[in-house]
Design a protein around this ligand. Structure first.
Ligand code: FAD
Length: 528
């Protein structure tokens, strides 16, 4: 017999497997002679009241075997001899596009400039320890894209429940824990992602797809507004029935290539600012209304938004990609740039809470960059990153300032301990940041400090530059067919093209592009 119920539980019951199972058995009055398999199928924390509660939807199988949590099976057809399509970029968008092409009977040729997940690790160590940024292999480039050594938060604002569930199930089938199907804010963690990404790659290869690492696309084969294929760094040409361009928001050379080859692109709104780091214990006490979070509750997170004005123009300031119990990492993709981002391990057990704290870039900020056309925002972003790096003598040491000092415009005498490995240097962040970023940031953080006691004080520090929140460029496509508005057989995809903002939305966009490509250019390949 299968039973379902909704419960509101104390954290020590909801998050302790034995306590949880015993509680459910008690409620259902399961006798000692009966066998019961109890599991949570949805779980969310409600920290609005003084007492933190956990809402749990439960499934119990009494005297019967539990069904599988996932419907998805890794039952991929062999596509070795099928027509081939090209995918540029092995981030979440590219990988999920490849798997979907396979399901629909098309062979993916996945081309990635960076290295496989394991080899890539050494280049990350080099950035952290030697301040050396390899422009082909870093926190953004390499197998799994920016999603591999990321935080691995798997939530999205998308309301497409079926599509979200599908992506989560594919992750589970490739080694992620079933918890990601349960938690309202699923999270994999940077320590677990590389193995899952490698499993996804194996599925592509086992089905007859091709995956090429350390292979960079440097040109397009364009014939009368139709994309026939791509040219690689070594001059080789690869042709296919279509090209899914999933190169991410940091592939500046691809945006430049589009501009150079007259492939229509547009400037797009984005945001820039800093990372803000506090002790996790402060955030826990603020969010859970208790001194310590205890052993059951996860590290607390927050999400903040404020409106500010600078030179008469309204500017949103907001927290972005908050990483409870995490680390700040150097995420530049070329020497001479300084970019920070955040990540956390699956246990979220570092003593630091960090979050992006960014300001929307407005059209008037792009005025001085008009000559760059669609690349105006990209140029502004680049100049801010280079300015910060120059001020740090070309190293990956990050400029930083205590939050209270920043609000009072005082350079900090000393900084706090940090999770950022390359180190910090006390700086006047209003000098480092462009005024249209620095000033609104000050106003925004002041407002957040009024809502969260201690947030706007010297208990925290800001660390620059968080500049890669989203792509400053859009590669426009048709709403229905997802094909580029002018160039046929080109499918701009994922975050770089401006159609995703995170792992889940990029993965879902990859699947959609694959489906549209097959519908239009390989309709007979469908496996139904
Ligand atoms: P990308 O992941 O950027 O992948 C693009 C790929 O294309 C790269 O591997 C790149 O090497 C390759 N490429 C570029 N140019 C070429 C070329 N010319 N030839 C061949 N290959 C090329 N998102 C979340 O949802 N949750 C998080 O917790 C989270 N944390 C993050 C933490 C960090 C440190 C970072 C850096 C990002 C984080 N993100 C997070 C953002 C997330 O990783 C991205 O939104 C997502 O990876 C975008 O996917 P994508 O496939 O569109 O592009």
């Amino acid at each position: 017999m299968k039973k379902q119920l909704s419960l509101v539980l104390e954290p020590e019951i909801a998050f302790d497997q034995d306590n949880f199972v015993n509680k459910v058995k008690d409620i259902l009055q399961v006798s000692t002679t009966e066998e019961a398999h109890v599991r949570a199928i949805k779980r969310s924390i409600d920290a609005r009241g003084r007492q933190v509660k956990v809402n749990v939807e439960v499934e119990a199988f009494i005297n019967e075997a539990p069904t599988s949590m996932i419907e998805f099976t890794k039952d991929y057809p062999n596509v070795s001899n099928a027509p081939q399509a090209i995918i540029v970029g092995a981030g979440p968008a590219g990988i999920f596009a490849a798997l979907r092409l396979i399901e629909l009977g098309v062979k993916p040729i996945l081309i990635e400039r960076g290295k496989d997940v394991r080899t890539r690790r050494r280049d990350l160590a080099a950035i952290n320890k030697d301040h050396y940024v390899n422009p082909e292999s870093n926190y953004c480039f390499g197998e799994g894209g920016a999603g591999t050594y990321s935080d691995g938060k798997l939530y999205t604002r998308s309301k497409k429940r079926g599509d979200i569930r599908r992506i989560l199930e594919i992750f589970v089938a490739h080694g992620a824990t079933e918890e990601i199907l349960v938690d309202a804010h699923p999270h994999i963690g940077t320590n677990k992602l590389p193995k899952i990404v490698a499993e996804l790659r194996e599925s592509i290869k086992n089905a007859g797809g091709e995956v090429h690492f350390e292979t960079k696309v440097t040109d397009f084969i364009l014939e009368q507004n139709t994309l026939k294929g791509v040219v690689l760094g070594d001059g080789r040409e690869i042709k296919g029935i279509g090209v899914i361009l999933a190169t991410g928001h940091s592939a500046r050379d691809i945006f430049e290539l589009c501009q150079h080859r007259n492939i229509y692109i547009e400037a797009k709104p984005f945001a820039m600012g800093v990372r803000i780091e506090h002790p996790q214990s402060l955030i826990d006490s603020l969010q859970y209304h208790r001194k310590e979070r205890g052993q059951y509750l996860p590290a607390a997170s927050y999400s903040l938004v404020a409106q500010t004005y600078f030179k008469g123009v309204q500017r949103g300031v907001f927290s972005f990609c908050m990483c409870p119990g995490g680390f700040i990492v150097p995420a530049a993709t070329a020497p001479g740039e300084l970019v920070v981002n955040g990540m956390s391990p699956s246990r979220r057990d570092s003593k630091f809470a960090n979050s992006g704290m960014v300001v929307a870039v407005n059209d008037i900020d792009l005025e001085p960059y008009k000559e760059y056309g669609a690349l105006a925002g990209l140029q502004l972003q680049k100049e801010q990153e280079q300015r910060a790096c120059q001020m740090m003598n070309g190293t990956q040491v990050a400029p930083a300032q205590l939050v209270g000092d920043f609000l009072q415009q005082k350079v900090s005498k000393e900084l706090l301990e940090t999770s950022y490995q390359p180190g910090l240097s006390s700086s006047d962040m209003l000098d480092v940041l462009f005024p249209h970023i620095g000033k609104p940031l000050q106003d925004g953080i002041k407002q957040f400090g009024q809502k969260m006691k201690g947030y706007g004080t010297n208990l925290g520090q800001i660390i620059g530059i968080e500049s890669r929140t989203s792509s400053p460029v859009r590669i426009p496509r048709d709403k229905e067919s997802l094909e580029h508005v002018i160039v046929k057989r080109l499918y701009p995809c994922g975050e770089g093209a401006g159609y995703a903002g995170g792992i889940m939305s990029a993965a879902m966009d990859g699947e959609r592009c694959a489906e549209q490509l097959v519908t239009r250019y390989a309709p007979n390949s469908h496996y139904h």
